[in-house]
Design a protein around this ligand. Structure first.
Ligand code: MD3
Ligand code: FE
Length: 196
C-alpha cells in the first residue's frame, strides 16, 4: 500500500469538490442496502464513469446506470482522472469512481474489494473533508490490522498483494476539516473493473 499524505493541496481539493457538486446534481447520492437482508449502509453513494458499484437485496455488482434515475453515470472529471494518471503506473483509465459520503455516524465494516474482474489494476482512494480512522489488515479475515488516519487530500494506492487486503472505516472524526461546510467525509475510489 502506498500512502501519499496531502497529495492534493487545498485548491486541488476545492476543484474536485466543484466537479463533484456538478456530477452529484445529475447522479444523486443514494442509500445502498445489504444483499439479502436489505439493511441500509450508513454511507451514501453515487458513481462516476462508465461503470458504477451498487448493492441491493440481489447482491453487489457494477452497472452502467444510476439505480434511481436510470441515466448513465456522469463522466469522471479531469481533476480526478489526473490523480490516477499521476500515480497509478497503470496504462488504462479507471472505469469506476465510487463516491462514498460519510455523515458523522457513518462507518464501513472490514471487507475486501473483489467485485472486479481485473484484480491486477491498482485501486486509488482520495479522501476529502473530515479525517477518518481507517483500518487495514492482511488478506485473511481475522488477522492483525493496523490503523491509519486519512485526512483531506490524502491518497492511498492499493496494488499488488494489498489489492485484496481487508479494510474498513471505523469512524469519522467530526470537526477535523473545513472543506465541507456541513462536515462529513467524502471518499473517492477509482477502480478498473474489466480486463483491458
Ligand atoms: C485497501 N472505501 O468503497 S478507501 C470501498 O474510505 C472502501 O470509503 C473506504 O473501502 C472509504 O470499498 C476505504 C481506501 C481503500 C480502498 C480500496 C482498498 C482501501 C483499500 C482496496 C484494498 C485494500
Ligand atoms: Fe473497499
Amino acid at each position: 500500500m502506498r500512502y501519499l499524505p496531502e497529495f492534493l493541496d487545498r485548491s486541488a481539493q476545492e476543484q474536485v469538490l466543484r466537479d463533484l457538486r456538478e456530477a452529484v446534481a445529475q447522479a444523486p447520492l443514494f442509500n445502498p442496502v445489504m444483499p439479502r437482508t436489505g439493511k441500509p449502509f450508513s454511507v451514501r453513494m453515487t458513481n462516476l464513469g462508465p461503470l458504477g458499484w451498487f448493492s441491493d437485496r440481489a447482491g453487489y455488482r457494477y452497472q452502467a446506470s444510476h439505480p434511481a434515475t436510470g441515466l448513465p453515470w456522469p463522466a469522471i472529471p479531469d481533476s480526478i482522472l489526473a490523480v490516477w494518471n499521476g500515480i497509478s503506473n497503470y496504462p488504462h483509465p479507471p472505469e469506476a469512481c465510487l463516491v462514498n459520503f460519510y455523515g458523522s455516524d457513518a462507518k464501513m465494516g472490514l471487507h475486501q474489494d473483489r467485485d472486479e474482474e481485473d484484480l491486477e489494476a491498482p485501486v486509488v482512494s482520495i479522501s476529502l473533508g473530515d479525517t477518518a480512522l481507517f483500518r487495514v489488515g492482511g488478506t485473511v479475515r481475522g488477522g492483525k490490522t493496523q490503523s491509519l488516519k486519512l485526512a483531506s487530500g490524502d491518497v492511498l494506492i492499493l496494488e499488488g498483494p494489498t489489492r485484496l487486503a481487508f479494510h474498513g472505516i471505523d469512524r469519522v472524526i467530526n470537526g477535523t476539516s473545513t472543506l465541507l461546510k456541513d462536515g462529513g467525509r467524502i471518499n473517492l475510489t477509482l477502480r478498473r473493473v474489466r480486463k483491458p
